[in-house]
Design a protein around this ligand. Structure first.
Ligand code: FES
Ligand code: FE
Length: 373
């Protein structure tokens, strides 16, 4: 069956194998996650020279750290001698350098090889040539973005342009001062589902009335199913009786001062391909980053960002966090419910998209184009 065999109001989804086949997943890792800008780490986590985080980017482990000159650097987390993984923990801090646990080759925070035992009698080892393999780095919205491609695509077009186009006004995202906000809460979700199921779910609100009672109460237009998160560039208005974006409609915390009158009492959602979703409300921002680990497994790290004064004051953030935490759990449960069926003969040719989901078809075309030679 092809899209043309279906009535004009319905178009087909990707076939089930697109969500389970390890070869397709490997190609996605190469063509998408290792080729595009990837939002890796909250920059403020790297709060001193030598503090590092390791993150899975496509099939590679990247080591992101702060160097002596306070700039952020990223490398492939692989020793140039015989290939041992350099840092084996997800986060940590080294004093002056990274030392390989195998034969003790030692690399400065700028990636240069600074020492290697027993090299006497060997020709000079070039310290840059045998330094760590560098990875491109940018900072934006308070996050460190990395790109493994030799020649990265334009950050301005692919990341900044894509994110700001969604809000119409290129200045609008700046009002939320994301780079100055502090992480009030972080939850990591280990989702047993293919990353595309998670993206597709984020792109539509056809499911909102069924699975998101708290969210539709807060944002009544979501109950209609057409206000896909992907398409709320105009901002979805809070329910009249809601005092804040909280699980029970109670007042939230101090509003971000830059937020305009037009942005007040509204919820905006932005998708930055391939793995970031940003939600903006007047007193906080919610940033999701996906780390696809296998065809059927994706870790999603979600940060709730508030004014740093609010976080430092120890204000109660629970009701603000609880609303979207519930939404996340509801969404990821739905994705996990679909994942096992992707292997079923019933889904071998995929399913269908109703009119309010048609834009998911554009996402499928985008994926297919990236994978094509
Ligand atoms: Fe790292 Fe030998 S593999 S020093
Ligand atoms: Fe949802």
């Amino acid at each position: 069956m092809t899209a043309t065999d279906l009535p004009p109001s319905l178009i087909s989804t990707l076939p089930g194998a697109a969500y389970t086949d390890p070869q397709i997943f490997a190609r996605e890792q190469e063509r998408i996650f290792e080729s595009m800008w990837f939002c890796a780490v909250r920059a403020a986590e790297l709060d001193a020279p030598g503090v590092f985080r390791t993150v899975q980017v496509g099939r590679e482990s990247a080591l992101v750290t702060r160097s002596r000159d306070r700039s952020v650097k990223a490398f492939l987390n692989i020793c140039r001698h015989r290939g041992a993984r350099l840092c084996t923990t997800e986060s940590g801090q080294v004093k002056r350098a990274f030392q390989c646990p195998y034969h003790a080759w030692t690399y400065g925070l700028d990636g240069k090889l600074v020492a290697a035992p027993n090299l006497t009698g060997m020709p000079d080892v070039d310290r840059t040539t045998y330094g760590l393999h560098p990875v491109h780095v940018r900072e934006w919205l308070g996050y460190v973005w990395v790109c493994l491609a030799e020649k990265p695509p334009s950050f301005e077009e692919d990341v900044v342009g894509a994110a700001t186009a969604r809000l119409g006004d290129p200045e609008a995202i700046g009002h939320y001062q994301l780079d100055e906000l502090a992480v009030g809460r972080r939850v990591r979700y280990d989702v047993k589902a293919n990353w595309k199921l998670i993206v597709e779910n984020f792109m539509e609100c056809y499911h909102c009335a069924t699975i998101h009672p708290e969210l539709t109460e807060m944002l009544p237009e979501f109950a209609g199913g057409y206000a896909a998160q992907y398409y709320v560039g105009h901002g979805a208005e809070f329910a009249e009786e809601a005092q804040g974006f909280t699980v029970d409609g109670s007042p939230g915390v101090t509003r971000i001062p830059g937020v305009s009158a037009e942005q007040d009492r509204r919820y905006y959602a932005i998708t930055v391909k391939p793995q970031v979703f940003v939600n903006l409300v007047p007193d906080h921002a919610i940033v999701h980053r996906m780390y696809p680990l296998a065809a059927d497994r994706t870790v999603v790290e979600c940060d709730w960002l508030f004014l740093s004064d609010v976080v430092e004051s120890g204000a109660d953030l629970d009701r603000s966090v609880e609303l979207f935490h519930r939404v996340n759990v509801q969404d990821f449960d739905a994705c996990e419910r679909c994942q096992p069926a992707m292997d079923s003969r019933a889904y071998a040719r995929g399913g269908v998209l109703v009119p309010s989901e048609h834009h998911i078809g554009d996402f499928h075309t985008w994926v297919a184009d990236r994978l094509r030679d």
